[in-house]
Design a protein around this ligand. Structure first.
Ligand SMILES: Nc1ncnc2c1ncn2[C@@H]1O[C@H](COP(=O)(O)OP(=O)(O)OP(=O)(O)O)[C@@H](O)[C@H]1O
Ligand SMILES: [Mg+2]
Length: 245
């Protein structure tokens, strides 16, 4: 497999009025094309910090981030839809910013919205959508620019448990269909194991990689069924015991 992203000896300090906070001590990680990598760690360990660096939002770090010539997109922990734009316009924001909002691309986004249960909501405003629908629109917005790699920071954390399980399967289907390399940040071990090819466990702050696991389930299918796999609990226990509580 081809390497699409390489993180080498990444270190990140925040400078605050009260002095320096070392958020990431040392992270090195290689990501292959098409891989879905999950990153878990306890609250405040540095996950969003890592994602902001990967997504080029934060350029103040030491170490190296080597990306192949790729289009990348991200969905932040606090990403929200703009209430004054309808669903289609929200989903097309990235395309507009890149001046790629031509008819073909807009139709492509319409198709994505339709295939993910939003056919009757394309011209609705965010206030009229459920939480799960909003998350789907935010994800489609991330995918609209046809990225090679996406960085997702707790994309479903605002949702209730049942919606979260259903949406996880839908998102998995989109990602697999589009063959997009994915870095998923979460603190939910079960979500991470059921969704990802590889799970990377971060230590508490300052973050280092404590362990990483290739997830080799007996019968890998969709996330909700992966949770019932014979080997699911085996990986769950491993990751749980690694996590700093
Ligand atoms: N802009 C900032 N300035 C100073 N310190 C910050 C800043 N952003 C984050 N930190 C600190 O860096 C550490 C890591 O924060 P980060 O947001 O990356 O954690 P996280 O793993 O994403 O947590 P959560 O699971 O709660 O989202 C925390 O101690 C936090 O207080
Ligand atoms: Mg975070």
């Amino acid at each position: 497999m081809n390497n699409i992203l390489s993180i080498k000896k990444l270190k990140k300090k925040y400078h605050t009025l009260n002095g320096e906070i070392l958020a990431i001590k040392n992270i090195s990680l290689d990501v292959n094309e098409g891989e879905i990598i999950g990153i878990v760690g306890s609250s405040g360990c540095g996950k969003s910090t890592l994602l902001n660096i990967l997504a080029d939002i934060d350029k103040d770090y030491s170490g190296q981030i080597i990306k192949k010539q790729i289009v990348s997109a991200y969905m932040l922990q606090s990403d929200a839809l703009l209430p004054w734009l309808n669903v289609l316009d929200n989903a097309c924001i990235g395309l507009k910013l890149m001046h790629k909002d031509n008819e073909d691309n807009i139709n492509y986004v319409k198709n994505l919205l339709e295939s993910f249960g939003l056919k009757n909501f394309i011209y609705e405003y965010p206030n009229n959508l459920s939480g799960g629908m909003k998350q789907r629109v935010a994800l489609i917005r991330t995918l609209a620019i046809k990225p090679d790699i996406i960085f997702l920071d707790e994309p479903l954390s605002a949702l209730d448990y049942v919606t979260r399980l259903t949406i996880t399967d839908e998102i998995y289907a989109i990602i697999k269909k589009m063959k997009v390399t994915t870095i998923l940040i979460t603190h939910d071990i079960a979500e991470c194991i059921s969704f990802c090819d590889k799970v990377v466990v971060l230590s508490k702050r300052p973050a280092i990689i404590k362990n990483s696991y290739e997830i080799k389930l007996k019968n890998k299918t969709i996330p909700s069924l992966n949770r019932k796999d014979e080997l699911f609990n085996y990986y769950y226990d491993l990751v749980w015991s690694d996590l700093d509580k």
